[in-house]
Design a protein around this ligand. Structure first.
Ligand SMILES: NC(=O)c1ccc[n+]([C@@H]2O[C@H](COP(=O)([O-])OP(=O)(O)OC[C@H]3O[C@@H](n4cnc5c(N)ncnc54)[C@H](O)[C@@H]3O)[C@@H](O)[C@H]2O)c1
Ligand SMILES: O=C(O)C1=N[C@H](C(=O)O)CCC1
Length: 238
């Protein structure tokens, strides 16, 4: 499969290694520091584009892929206000777009566990839920896209919760998300239910970026074969 990489930072480089190991060809690498462009025939020859850049760059990159009718795998977080417009462009299989806030298999298992735990905790009014995420200091967005997906999973399943907010003070009805930036941490997410007598904690910690990158390549293989607005649920059949 011919892959265009958009964004050649920490994730773009990790994805390149895995894609080559799986027998794919990288036909174009578009990054501010490189010469390849969306106008090149090499970009236009791609079967799929994988985009990991930064929040303010993502949406216009997706439109450029759509102009060339190239399916997109989107990993960038922090731009989701524009997701409905992208979804609209995918109606009737017109364009193909695969987004995940987190491509790792382990995190997607954790998403399901989080929803199941929220269903159980829905009737347990003595427990307060909160969340903490820890990432490396270069991360631009807070809370992480993964933390927002986790909060949405709780909100879908707990009647008492309808919003999340970045943690500032205790005693709010919103799900408080504490975002910590330190060192080179690839990504840690912790959900805590606390009552006056005990705590229930679920926790996912990435050991490296390998899981995110492998998931993105698997998503690219899927997006090259399937049309429309795709997600990890389509790929994993959860
Ligand atoms: N969905 C996931 O599983 C997942 C996993 C890890 C990171 N991410 C997200 O992916 C994004 C990138 O993460 P990273 O760690 O690789 O960041 P990074 O800073 O290491 O790399 C980003 C790269 O994008 C390039 N870039 C900036 N503007 C660009 C533009 N307009 N066009 C092309 N390239 C451009 C930068 O030069 C840089 O090389 C972030 O939003 C992060 O939150 C998502
Ligand atoms: O390193 C990052 O940046 C990450 N971003 C995603 C998020 O915002 O959830 C996934 C984890 C790593």
């Amino acid at each position: 499969m011919k892959i265009a990489l958009i964004g050649y930072g920490k994730m773009g480089q990790a994805i390149e290694k895995i894609a080559l190991d799986r027998g794919h060809e990288i036909v174009s690498i578009i990054d501010v520091s490189r010469d390849d462009s969306f106008d090149d025939d090499s970009f236009k020859s791609a079967d799929v584009a994988i985009e990991f850049t930064r929040p303010e760059a993502a949406y216009s990159n997706y439109l450029k892929c759509f102009e060339a009718n190239i399916p997109v795998v989107s990993g960038t977080t922090g731009w989701l206000d524009q997701l409905p417009e992208i979804e609209e462009r995918c109606k009737n299989g017109e364009q193909t777009f695969f987004y995940a806030s987190n491509f790792s298999l382990g995190v997607n298992i954790f998403f399901e566990l989080n929803k199941q735990l929220a269903r159980i905790m829905n009737k347990m009014s003595e427990y307060n839920v909160s969340m903490e995420e820890v990432h490396h200091t270069q991360k631009l967005d807070a809370p992480s896209g993964t933390a927002i997906t986790l909060a949405e999973g709780i909100i879908e399943n707990m009647d008492a919760k309808s919003n999340w907010k970045l943690y500032k003070e205790e005693n709010s009805s919103d799900i408080a998300i504490k975002a910590i930036r330190e060192g080179e941490v690839p990504g840690i997410h912790t959900i805590k239910y606390e009552s006056p007598v005990d705590e229930i904690i679920i926790h996912h910690s990435a050991k490296s970026r390998h899981g995110f990158a492998l998931g993105a390549v698997l998503a690219a293989e899927f997006a090259a074969q399937n049309k429309g607005f795709l997600s990890m649920n389509d790929l994993l059949n959860f």
